[in-house]
Design a protein around this ligand. Structure first.
Ligand code: BGC
Length: 721
């Protein structure tokens, strides 16, 4: 791509200031079409004749940059004039950011030391069949832009008084860069906006805006000002128990936004960064904080352009708010890469978090393209020994190769395939999956188990020893269970593709046998959960019985972390504990899914007890209020509570098995999922004497009500029980 264009960079070093590249060109009349192909080492914004080109915020997005960089192609036909001014600012973005624990590898060091370079090609085609191109070369000018500082973690400083005259020369950059590829993912763009709900003066006397919803994005400010006036903002997810602005949990990041005004009326927003916040502290507002009006500020949500495909509503306002929070958790964290959290100095594509949430993610939104792109980066970032790094794109110099994290390499594509039915994903990822399983087989200390590894374990399980974050479940147990499970999924992948999987079928049997010989007891809730969920325990029902007992004996609540939580309700309901599953789902005391909601959460928390019952907070080093992992339970609400199940043999909802499981504790629950085969909906509501079910299916399906199967074709069906 962009074959005739060159990478250009400023001849001078601008330090923290982002370069602005510029080029004038003249076009003739009779234009048929004009396009701009463009990308940068960093993130860019292109303006043509003062107007923004395209909607992609933080373009070109985030890939495994040393391997590949996305190129955007914009149709700019309607924007071309006779004399045209093309201006492009390039900021560090992810490319140059000192991302969490980044650096140390030659690739990462190289990326960070490269210039904020630009490459572009503008093509104008005329009706007479001729065409003209403008490519990045020495004819461009460059200058320090108005963006004095910009960075993913530390925010942005913009000086609107400065002029950009493009009088410096550019030079051609010839260093090694990743392959240029067309855009694969969903573009990051603006979505919802929020007005200021309240302007608060905190006990400390600070002025804080409350937007009522935690979002990822930024603030649009509208202000009449004189040159040199300053607007300076800081961001936070919560107020502390005294009602003061609190963002210690953002850890080392500055996360600040400072805008220095020009004269007159102006509307502005940051260019190349984002924050996660519900609250905004106004540190400086021109010279008088008392002048602030709600209308000066608007919060703008920014996330990947994924399409919502599901809706769910119940008779419980608390449950409904939880469901909303799960959707917000996904929107706020799907920023081209599935992030662990969007606020503190991480915002990374943690594999374990994505694995926990992927089934839910695929129902809530259409995320096929989003994940296909990420899986391709995973393949490229896979180590030569087959291991999968903890984060993708892999930017960390250290980290564990962990079970329940790296296994997303196998389970992730399989789940995306099941949701959307596209075999190409399995074809593409097959080798990566195979290498991952090979890595385990080659590195384990004991054949047919995975022992001796260093893992994140049942991350944040409540049975973690005091002061630690890893739940009490045994590493070797979890790792061996995932070794078995990933192998069993790999067998299904291979069978789907028509490959001979005898070797892996045998491997699975051997792992399961060794697993059963080795682990004869279950010591935690999570061990019970995965032993049953992955079909490893000789009598899965016994594992579920023990799980139920453990839940009762600790005070009727779960203790699970990232590994056990996505499956716990599935295991309970599958083995006869549907009431207990509902008890956990609807529990309001800590720990539970609804406890944060009762405490005002508008997203899903990282910890069950991020804000404790006495109002105190978890350690600021590790306390995000926007981690989607525990939102994975919405998968159970869809599949078991509403009962919309799938059949692996008919991916993409080619055949549906609807078996709802109502609870007396709700008057109704209804859901609707837009599948690749059409809309499926399931609802139940209390009647005087029992339940009324209304189920609509777009394909031949089985509807199971109270144990009785009704085989139906496309249509809407009502049952009374
Ligand atoms: C992230 C987690 C992640 C973990 C690995 C954390 O810092 O926020 O969500 O899974 O590291 O243990």
């Amino acid at each position: 791509m962009l074959d005739t264009a060159n990478w250009i960079m400023p001849i001078k070093d601008y330090g923290d200031v982002c370069p602005a590249y510029g080029r004038l060109f003249v076009a003739s009349d009779d234009i048929e079409k004009a396009t701009l192909e463009i990308t940068a080492l960093g993130v860019y914004e292109a303006l043509l004749n003062g107007e923004r080109v395209g909607e992609f915020i933080m373009a070109p997005g985030w890939t495994s940059y040393q391997n590949r960089i996305q190129v955007q192609t914009y149709d700019i036909t309607g924007m071309i004039k006779k004399v045209n001014r093309l201006e492009v600012t390039v900021a560090p973005g992810w490319y140059h950011s000192p991302l969490y624990e980044r650096g140390g590898t030659s690739d990462q060091d190289r990326l960070m030391s490269q210039p904020k370079a630009l490459i572009a090609k503008l093509t104008v085609s005329y009706k007479n069949g001729s065409a003209e191109t403008v490519v990045t070369d020495r004819s461009w000018g460059v200058c320090p832009s108005r963006i004095c500082f910009s960075e993913i973690y530390d925010g942005e400083i913009y000086d609107a008084r400065l002029s950009q005259l493009y009088t410096d020369e550019v030079e051609i950059y010839t260093g090694k860069v990743g392959k240029l590829i067309p855009t694969e993912g969903e573009i990051i763009k603006k979505h919802e906006t929020f007005e200021v709900r309240d302007i608060i003066t905190t006990p400390k006397g600070e002025t804080v805006l409350d937007f009522g919803q935690e979002i990822t994005g930024y603030i649009e400010t509208t202000v009449y000002a004189k040159a040199g006036d300053i607007i300076d903002l800081s961001f936070a997810e919560i107020l502390d128990k005294d009602g003061n602005f609190y963002n210690d949990n953002y850890r080392s990041i500055k996360g600040q936004y400072r805008y220095i005004c020009r004269d007159g009326m102006q509307i502005f927003e940051p260019k190349h960064t984002f924050w996660c916040f519900r609250y905004v502290r106004v540190n400086v507002f021109r010279d008088d904080l008392n002048q602030i009006k709600k209308s000066n500020f608007k919060a703008v949500c920014v996330y990947s352009d994924i399409r919502r495909t599901a809706h769910m509503e119940s008779s419980s306002p608390l449950l409904n708010r939880f469901i909303d929070n799960v959707f917000w958790g996904q929107k706020d964290n799907f920023i081209d890469v599935p992030l662990d959290c969007p606020q503190r100095n991480e915002r990374l594509g943690w594999t374990g978090d994505a694995l926990a949430f992927i089934k839910a993610a695929c129902i809530n939104f259409d995320v096929e393209r989003f994940f296909v792109k990420w899986f391709r980066d995973m393949t490229l970032d896979q180590n030569t020994d087959g291991s999968i790094p903890g984060v993708i794109p892999n930017v960390r110099r250290c980290g564990r190769i962990s079970a329940g994290y790296a296994d997303v390499a196998v389970i992730g594509p399989w789940e995306v395939y099941k949701a959307y039915g596209n075999r190409m994903i399995l074809e593409e990822q097959f080798e990566c999956m195979k290498k991952w399983i090979g890595y385990i087989s080659n590195t384990t200390k004991d054949e047919y188990l995975w022992t001796g590894g260093t893992h994140y374990g049942d991350w944040l399980g409540l049975d973690a020893p005091e002061g630690t974050k890893k739940g009490a479940s045994r590493d070797d147990f979890i790792a061996s269970a995932y070794y078995a499970y990933s192998t069993s999924v790999f067998v299904k992948v291979g069978e789907t593709l028509g490959r001979d999987m005898t070797e892996y079928r045998d491997l699975f049997e051997k792992i399961r046998t060794r697993f059963r010989e080795t682990f004869r007891t279950l010591t935690t809730q999570t061990e019970c959960v995965i032993a049953a969920a992955f079909d490893l325990w000789p009598a899965p029902r016994a594992a579920a019985d023990q799980l139920a007992e453990m839940i009762h004996s600790c005070g009727d609540h779960l203790m699970t972390g990232f590994i056990g939580t996505p499956y716990i309700l599935h295991v309970l309901s599958r083995y006869g504990y549907i009431d207990l599953a509902w008890d956990l789902m609807l529990r309001e005391k800590c720990p539970s899914w609804l406890y944060p909601v009762k405490n005002g959460a508008t997203t899903v928390w990282e910890h069950w007890d991020g804000i404790k019952e006495d109002g105190s907070l978890w350690d600021s080093e590790m306390n995000s209020f926007n981690h989607y992992s525990y939102g994975s339970v919405i998968d159970w609400l869809y599949k078991v509570a509403c009962g919309i199940g799938t059949d692996d043999r008919y991916p993409g909802y080619g055949r549906i098995i609807v078996e709802p499981h109502p609870t007396d504790r709700l008057n109704y629950l209804k859901t609707e999922i837009e599948t690749r085969n059409g809309k499926v909906s399931s609802s139940w509501e209390k009647t005087g004497s029992g339940w009324k079910y209304v189920i609509e299916v777009p394909v031949d399906s089985d509807i199971i009500i109270n144990g009785r199967t009704h085989s139906v074709s496309t249509g809407s069906y009502t049952f009374f029980e």
